[in-house]
Design a protein around this ligand. Sequence first.
Ligand SMILES: Cc1cc2nc3c(=O)[nH]c(=O)nc-3n(C[C@H](O)[C@H](O)[C@H](O)COP(=O)(O)O)c2cc1C
Length: 198
Amino acid sequence: MSRLAITIAPISEIHATRWSPRSFDATAELTREAVTASLEAARWAPSANNVQPWRFVVGFRGDETFETIAANLMSFNTAWAPQASALVVNIAHTSDAEGKENTYALYDLGQAVAHFSLQATHDGLFTHQMGGINRDELAVAFNVPAGFSVVSVTAVGSLGAPDALPQVLAEREVAPRTRIELDEIVSYGPIETVAAAA
Ligand SMILES: Cc1cc2nc3c(=O)[nH]c(=O)nc-3n(C[C@H](O)[C@H](O)[C@H](O)COP(=O)(O)O)c2cc1C
């Protein structure tokens, strides 16, 4: 079944084909070189005042960093994410040494992760971001300094077969991909109605 985004105007192939699988090929391996382009794309994302408030901790399946990240996934993420080839902890620099908050830090980190994901798609890889993680434990494990916050983890790898997943997740893997309609999220003047959350 096609995972392609359905749009009313054509979008780039990378945007149309990116999706977040849970079935990763547990035999596929990635090298540092193979994810460097994605990390470079993240590095070159725009950010407020170009402060680049992001840091990334990268583990490859089989190494200690990966094991630590995998041990700090929450609930159902543990059922699938450890099969990915790499796990990346996404960290925001939320306040400086004087405690001054960067109100754009999370926005900018999300943008960097989006750039990472799209470059990975371009390179034939699949990504799946997760908020279901033990943030505090990851911060301690990776010596994350004060002023920085662990926000999410991205699984990276090659696509696996849906039926390699537990049944509930296998069903989700092939369920239609959905989005709120464009006219519910875009206004060309004052917003007249508040669209109900999906
Ligand atoms: C910040 C963030 C947190 C997410 N957390 C989880 C998660 O903990 N577990 C999970 O399976 N998917 C998680 N997702 C994936 C979303 O559910 C997924 O991106 C969304 O359903 C859209 O699907 P698509 O990426 O295939 O278009 C998360 C995505 C984002 C951006």
